[in-house]
Design a protein. Structure first.
Ligand SMILES: Nc1ncnc2c1ncn2[C@@H]1O[C@H](COP(=O)(O)OP(=O)(O)O)[C@@H](O)[C@H]1O
Ligand SMILES: O=P(O)(O)OC[C@H](O)CO
Length: 495
């Protein structure tokens, strides 16, 4: 029996960890997936147990590699993609985390960000890191751990503690503590990395009070990140050679290789990335400037719009209100109504991201009448995701970069009603590709490219094809009316 080369992609996300094995033509062979606990110790706090992130990764790898479909494959490369910004600090000697992972959604540093905003002109930050002052990014989360765990700051200054985003934590664990590294895309989400010079920025480290000694080395997205210990990965020594933040990996998996191409991933949150080519564009509209990928030392940049709550609003209807049994039911309910009956949901459960940046805002449902029921709420949750995307598109348009079509992926894009409504409010074509596991595919591509299994961007581009196209069909006056009513609903939570 022939043995075929394969690439193993790990996608460590906010609610679950996946491992997917891809063959030499980037086709999925098999996958495994494990959910883990979310911890909400206080209002606005969100944590993960670092051991859960590690255990679910190991378990997913084992299930894939021990499954029957992997029997005739040799894994020549591993790629790691991850929820971004989520912050871990651990002991260099023992490998033990000093605190739980503080998740990207966590708002505990909102008052510290407010204090910083009074002291430092936001432009000073944005012109270096491309980001703004917000609890979303890693910098204030690191400082919180150093200030709140006894002795942590002094130990970090002595080089005894290490910081990492989830990629760095998993690389460290998989290599038995031999490699402490990250890639340029993950570094670009910390607020400590200078995206123009391609290095940790001493001024930012001083502003956010983070000791340099604890930071990982930053490498290309397709690079040598060490090899796994065979005892951890089913007796195989696998080179880790592709790393990228999950939204950047999705942009690669969606083949947004040309300037102007844009993708949106609708999962827990929604993240829109617009490829801006080799020049970073500093936004005047409070969009984020971020590294899309770094290959052979060459950086491609993107403008990003981050929406903190998308599918999570649907989960809220299911788990907290109990008015639907499954996420898919929202489609049936939304279709049942001929209009939204004036009901709008602003899902600011964890504040609002681009373009408002209001960590203090909280969610609201407006326009309820006595006749409103679960259909109106389900429809309002789906519509909200589309209106927020429209606000991002308006911000991109104001930068002179209005997208002409949108490539979509993520769990929510199973919802055809939502995608048609999205095309309608954006007045833009929405394209859903055949392969929806774009995040894992993107990082598999990076790792496979480094291992010599896959070719260049052009070869990969040929694999992308669209299987569902949603064409705008809404009357412009109705679009304007809906967007106006949405804007008034947002005002109610941001005043
Ligand atoms: N048919 C559907 N309609 C609306 N929302 C959906 C549908 N199917 C899944 N979702 C939502 O998509 C999200 C899951 O997407 P996924 O990409 O797996 O998320 P993540 O990677 O952030 O964990 C959940 O929040 C779920 O509520
Ligand atoms: O884990 P996801 O897919 O919800 O993505 C999280 C983002 O990377 C946060 O910036």
């Amino acid at each position: 029996m022939d043995i075929h080369s394969a690439v193993l992609a790990i996608d460590q996300g906010t609610t679950s960890t996946r491992a997917i094995l891809f063959d030499h033509q980037a086709r999925e062979i098999t996958s495994a997936h494990q959910e883990f606990n979310q911890y909400y110790p206080r209002d606005g706090w969100v944590e993960h147990d670092p051991e859960d992130l590690w255990r679910t990764t190991l378990r997913s790898i084992e299930r894939v590699l021990q499954g029957p479909s992997a029997r005739h494959t040799r894994v020549v490369a591993m790629g790691i993609t991850n929820q971004r910004e989520t912050t871990l600090v651990w002991d260099r000697e023992t490998g033990k985390p000093v605190y739980n992972a503080i998740v990207w959604q966590d708002r505990r540093t909102a008052s510290e960000c407010e204090r910083l905003r009074q002291q430092v002109p936001e432009h000073e930050i944005q012109s270096r890191s491309g980001l703004l002052i917000d609890p979303y990014f890693s910098a204030t989360k690191i400082a919180w751990i150093l200030d709140n765990i006894e002795g942590a700051r002094a130990r970090a200054e002595r080089g005894e503690l290490l910081f990492g985003t989830v990629d760095t934590w998993l690389i460290w664990k998989l290599t038995g503590g031999a490699v402490h590294a990250t890639d340029a895309t993950n570094a670009s989400r910390t607020n400590l990395y200078n995206i123009h010079r391609g290095e940790w920025d001493d001024d930012l480290l001083q502003i956010f009070r983070v000791p340099k000694a604890m930071l990982p080395e930053v490498r290309d997205c397709a690079a040598d990140f060490g090899t796994t210990l065979p005892s951890l990965t089913c007796r195989q020594e696998i080179p880790i050679c592709g790393v990228a933040g999950d939204q950047q990996a999705a942009a690669i998996g969606q083949c947004c290789f040309a300037k102007g191409e844009v993708k949106a991933t609708y999962g827990t949150g929604c993240f829109v990335l617009l490829n801006t080519g080799s020049e970073p564009i500093l936004s005047t509209q409070r969009l984020l400037t971020t590294i899309a990928w770094q290959l052979d030392g060459q950086v491609a940049y993107a403008l990003e719009g981050s929406i903190f709550i998308a599918g999570a609003a649907v989960q809220w209807l299911r788990d907290e209100l109990g008015i639907i049994r499954s996420a898919a039911e929202t489609e049936v309910l939304a279709r049942r109504l001929s209009s939204n009956k004036g009901v709008y949901m602003v899902p600011a459960f964890t504040g609002l991201g681009v373009p408002w940046w209001r960590p203090d805002a909280r969610a609201a449902i407006v326009g309820l009448t006595r006749g409103a029921g679960k259909a109106e709420l389900a429809r309002a949750a789906l519509e909200a995701v589309c209106y927020q995307t429209s606000d991002l598109f308006a911000a991109m348009e104001a930068e002179g970069l209005r997208p002409t079509s949108l490539r979509v992926d993520g769990g929510m894009v199973a919802n055809n009603w939502m995608l048609q409504f999205l095309a309608d409010v954006l007045d833009t074509e929405v394209l859903r590709p055949a392969i929806l596991e774009t995040t894992a595919l993107g990082v598999a591509y990076l790792a496979g490219r480094k291992a010599g299994l896959y070719g260049d961007f052009e070869q990969f581009d040929a694999l992308w094809h669209c299987t569902a196209e949603f064409v705008p069909a809404m009357d412009n006056s109705l679009r304007q009316q809906l967007l106006g009513e949405w804007a008034r609903a947002v005002q109610r939570v941001t005043l």
